[in-house]
Ligand binder design. Structure first.
Ligand code: FA5
Length: 339
């Protein structure tokens, strides 16, 4: 008859999960010694069968319990072992560099989003990689426009599933058509995000910078609404009184169009004297072109709207009086560590 006490002893001495598996197969697996023992019972007398059945059932329960207990013990042991191996040594000396600093650009972007939320704008980010249709044609920029050529636009080798060339978006206006189609009208939405251009870099031009697109569509929207709302947003984001001016410009996707500049001043922190004071272009805006509305399925006879594209990197420069927007992204530690 099957000696389960011996099996229990064997279980007790097991040290690894692999050994446990072997013992399981030996006693409790398909070719169980225990199963065979049950089979052997067929040749016994009814009295003996009763006795042997009771013993074997008891053995099965005990073995299963012992197996489960061992499994738990070994699993916990194995987890602890691997944790010990991966232990992080917290006694290492602190790095001489303090890596946590404020990112002024991220701060301005986050605050701009909060201001927009409080004014009931929907916020969406879109993707940095877009098709030429999204970036240009959907906002009434014909593909023959110079901006679509290599000097301004960064092309990717990859194409979309239809074979359309993919590019890095040059403007958040690439989301206008998508947003109107997605949310319908009336609509009040903003799209903050990175844009990329093949630019000649200088203190106010980077190849990657942040824009914040605004799209407002409803019945009876006028340029007076546009001016009022943009001015409100600017003063909430800049958080200080900044002199601004509005002047005409041209964008194919709005009509009429305008740009807003702000007085950009740099003060020497030591002497408190102004070292620079000039106009800086902050944003382009205008009434959404009827063709753009039509392309997004909106009847321009019934609805009108305005759109604007703010340069968040330049807004941050004006707000904090930073003399070169490239400091925000070029990783210069002297700049990063001073905030
Ligand atoms: C546009 O990108 C238009 N999509 C804006 C627009 C939206 C007009 C909706 C009408 C309606 P523009 O190229 O001027 O326009 O860029 C908008 C703003 O982004 C600029 O006013 C400026 O603040 C910022 N900007 C432009 N180029 C750069 C650059 N290279 N580096 C940093 N900021 C830039």
């Amino acid at each position: 008859m099957f000696d389960y006490k011996w099996a229990l002893k064997e279980l007790e001495t097991i040290q690894t999960l692999e050994q446990l598996e072997e013992v399981f197969q030996k006693y409790l697996g398909k070719q169980w010694s225990l199963t065979l023992a049950f089979k052997e019972m067929a040749s016994l007398s009814p009295e003996e069968k009763k006795e042997a059945g009771k013993t074997l059932s008891e053995a099965k329960t005990l073995l299963n319990e012992a197996y489960e207990a061992k499994l738990q013990e070994l699993s916990i042991y194995q987890i602890n072992e691997s944790l010990n191996k991966d232990l992080v040594d917290f006694s290492l000396e602190k790095s001489p560099y303090n890596i946590w600093h404020r990112s002024l650009l991220a701060e301005v972007r986050r605050e701009a989003e909060e201001v927009c939320k409080s004014m009931w704008f929907i916020i969406e980010y879109g993707t940095d990689v877009v098709t030429k249709f999204e970036n240009f044609e959907s906002v009434n920029i014909p593909l023959s426009h110079p901006a679509t050529e290599m000097q301004d636009t960064i092309y990717l080798k990859e194409t979309d599933p239809r074979g359309e060339p993919l590019i890095l978006r040059t403007q958040t206006s690439s989301m206008q058509n998508f947003m109107i189609k997605k949310y319908g009208v009336p609509l009040k939405a903003v799209v903050p995000g990175k844009v990329y251009r093949y630019e000649n870099m200088d203190a106010t031009h980077d190849t990657m910078f942040y824009q914040l697109e605004g799209i407002v569509v409803d019945k009876w929207v006028t340029i007076a609404h546009a001016k009022h709302m943009i001015e409100k947003l600017l003063s909430a984001i800049l958080k200080k009184d900044v002199e601004t001016r509005m002047r005409p410009w041209y964008f194919p996707f709005v009509e009429p169009w305008f740009e807003i500049d702000a007085r950009y001043e740099i003060t020497d922190p030591k002497t408190g004297k102004k070292t620079m004071s000039k106009w800086m272009e902050l944003l382009g805006a205008g009434m959404i072109h009827p063709k753009v509305l039509e392309m997004a399925g909106v009847d321009p006879k019934e609805y009108s709207g305005f759109a604007f594209g703010m340069g968040l990197s330049r807004l941050a420069a004006v707000r904090y009086g930073i003399k070169d927007i490239r400091y925000f992204t070029n990783g210069d530690l002297r700049f990063a560590q001073s905030f």
